[in-house]
Structure formats: structure tokens, C-alpha cells
Design a protein around this ligand. Structure first.
Ligand code: F6R
Length: 357
């Protein structure tokens, strides 16, 4: 069942071009987005949107929220389900709540969804499992088409969530009368090809993993949408390789975390968002001055000086960069774990579906 791959995680990483294609299939038609599952929703009645999820799905929610907020200028919040359910959120019939869950069975996400239904919100579920409890409880359900995800660490479910959440954000913007970038839709269609090319560069990312194999810590930095990407990169690294990893907003470095940087500390930086990329790069230089070994992911054409390990991502629409940079970050985590001899498909202490809180 591993299709010739050593592990499910590697198989699932390699399936991403195909499952992204499946998730897009039939949902973009002549420069407009078709989501029949949402055709009965009046998107003009909302004054606030919440994205609620746990773990990796929460990171996908952060990206979806940022895209929706930029496109609609509606206030959009993202919250971890275990906080949302106990924090007496200010929600009512004018609130749209979007729940993201690969398994559709996560206890906290389900409880948060039930709360939103009780409070009269409109609820939408984004899940990967047909007929799952969350898919049945939500008023509207959309499926990622990732196929069964066996490895405990989520990879293809995450990138298909990013794609579907982007489609939903653009759909909502269109229904509310906001202008939607048609160029972005075209590039969505090209994502499978870009992702495939990144997977072809696996040997480069395996090489980066060698820098990490003897390290106890690794810091990830990014700003704006890249912050969600580095949160996910750090989560992936810690869960499969047990290297302690933290993600910081690059602008926060000076407010404390930079105290942790010493000669040999590995810093993985993501700078794909044009409005803040130069700022992140200047933060990187501050870490290099203190002896950090930096790996930078940025886009072709971005000016960079003084950084040794740079990987240039294709310069596509910045809103889609989270999908691209997910691939190298997954492969770095994967290869670090393999080099260290960890059981990548079944990391210690973790379960695929967290059905108790
Ligand atoms: C990390 C991972 C977890 C899940 C989280 C939510 O790789 O898989 O963080 O994302 O437990 O699970 P779902 O999406 O099934 O609700």
C-alpha cells in the first residue's frame, strides 16, 4: 500500500500534486468558483468570521482567514478549538464559523462546532472524511479530496485544506461583491505542477536536514502568511524528528527570542510575502551576526545578501505561497526524522485522531 515508498509519510507527500488537482476538480469554471455546497448561504449577512481547528488544521485556518480578510475586509478571527469552546466567544447569527478537520472527529473541534450551532451561527465544515461526525453536524460541508491519510503527521490533508480554504475565501468575496483576482484562479490551477517541481528537489531538502540531525533546537521565523507556514514547519519537525522547534513572528525576535541565538543555532526563515520579505531578511541578518546557520525560503527575484542557504520558490501569487513552502518544510522534517532513525509514520505519544479532549 505504500506504492514503493518506504513510509506512508513520504508516499503522502508525493501524492500532493494529484490530491490538490482532485480538490480543485470541478471547482473553478471560466474564472469563477463553483461551490454548490454553499449556494444557499447569504454571505452578505455576516459581520464576523471565525476559523476554528486544532494543530495542523489550525495552521491551515490561519492562512484561510488571512486570505478571506484581505479579500473581503471583514473582521476574521482564528482560534484553536480547545480555546474557542471554553472562552465564551462573542458569536451570534451574524457570525460565520468555519471548522477545519482532516478526520472530522476531533473532540474539541466537534464541541466548538456544536457550540456555534447552538448560538445560531452559520457553520461550515472543511473535512477529509466522508460521513464523519463533523461533516454531519455542520450546516454545510466541503470535502478536501486528499484520500486516506495514514501517517500521523498531516501533509496532504494540510495542503488540500489550504487549497479548499483559498477557494472558499474567493467564493465568499465574489458573493459579497468584492473583486476577485482572476490571475489567482489561473495560478490555483497550476499549483499541482509547481508542487510537483518542488518534490523533484527533494535531495536539496534532504541536505538541509543534515544540518539539523545533531541539533537540539531549531527556530522558524516568518511574517504575515509566512508565520502560519512556519508554525506548521515547526510542528512537523518536532512531531516526527523530536527536534525542539519553535516558530516566531520575525518582528518579535528582538522582543525576546533572539536571546536564544548562539553560534550554530539553526534558523529556518520563510520570506515569500513581498510587503514584508525585506523586513524578515533583515531579521535573518541579525541572527547571522550572532552565529546562526540560516536556511531561507524566498521567491525568485527577491534581493538577498549575506545568506548562504537560499531556496528560491517560483514567484507566483503570494496568497498561494503557503502551499508551495509546505513541501520543503515537510521534506526537511521527514529527512531529519529518517536520519535520526525515528518512526516517522507513528511518532511517539501521538494519535491520528484525537477523539478525547
Ligand atoms: C499534525 C496533526 C495534528 C492534527 C490535529 C487535528 O501533523 O496531524 O496536529 O492536525 O490533531 O486533527 P484533525 O484535522 O483531524 O481535526
Amino acid at each position: 500500500q505504500k506504492n514503493g515508498f518506504d513510509t506512508y509519510m513520504l508516499k503522502e507527500i508525493n501524492e500532493q500534486p494529484h490530491v490538490i488537482q482532485e480538490t480543485l476538480r470541478g471547482r473553478i469554471f471560466e474564472h469563477s468558483i463553483v461551490l454548490d455546497e454553499l449556494k444557499d448561504v447569504d454571505f452578505n449577512k455576516f459581520n464576523k468570521v471565525y476559523y476554528v481547528a486544532c494543530g495542523t488544521a489550525y495552521h491551515a485556518g490561519l492562512c484561510g482567514a488571512s486570505i478571506l480578510e484581505r479579500a473581503t475586509r471583514l473582521p476574521v478571527l482564528t482560534q484553536v478549538a480547545s480555546e474557542f469552546r471554553y472562552n465564551d466567544p462573542i458569536i451570534d447569527e451574524k457570525t460565520l464559523c468555519i471548522f477545519v478537520s482532516q478526520s472530522g472527529e476531533t473532540a474539541d473541534t466537534l464541541a466548538a462546532l456544536k457550540l456555534a450551532n447552538e448560538k445560531g451561527c452559520t457553520t461550515i465544515a472543511v473535512t477529509n472524511v466522508l460521513g464523519s461526525t463533523i461533516s454531519r453536524e455542520a450546516q454545510h460541508t466541503l470535502y478536501t479530496c486528499a484520500g486516506p491519510e495514514i501517517a500521523v503527521a498531516s501533509t496532504k490533508a494540510y495542503t488540500t485544506q489550504l487549497v479548499l480554504l483559498t477557494l472558499i475565501a474567493l467564493y465568499i468575496a465574489d458573493k459579497r461583491g468584492d473583486t476577485v483576482d482572476t490571475d489567482l484562479m489561473e495560478q490555483l490551477n497550476n499549483l499541482p505542477e509547481y508542487v510537483s517541481k518542488l518534490i523533484d528537489d527533494e535531495a536539496i531538502f534532504e541536505n538541509y536536514a543534515k544540518t539539523l540531525k545533531d541539533k537540539h533546537d531549531c527556530y522558524f521565523i516568518g511574517r504575515s502568511l509566512d508565520y502560519a507556514s512556519v508554525l506548521e514547519g515547526a510542528l512537523k519537525l518536532k512531531e516526527v524528528s523530536y527536534v525542539h522547534a519553535d516558530a516566531y513572528i520575525a518582528g518579535e525576535l528582538k522582543h525576546g527570542p533572539i536571546a536564544l541565538i548562539e553560534p550554530g543555532t539553526v534558523v529556518i526563515a520563510v520570506a515569500t510575502q513581498p510587503h514584508v520579505a525585506a523586513k524578515t531578511i533583515s531579521n535573518i541578518q541579525e541572527t547571522i551576526a550572532r552565529g546562526a546557520e540560516v536556511i531561507l525560503f524566498t521567491v525568485e527575484g527577491q534581493e538577498v545578501s549575506g545568506v548562504e542557504n537560499i531556496y528560491y520558490l517560483p514567484n507566483i501569487n503570494p496568497l498561494l505561497q503557503s502551499v508551495l513552502v509546505a513541501i520543503p518544510l515537510q521534506l526537511i522534517a521527514y529527512h531529519t526524522a529518517c536520519i535520526k532513525g525515528c518512526d516517522v509514520d507513528k511518532p511517539r505519544n501521538l494519535a491520528k485522531s484525537v477523539t478525547v479532549e
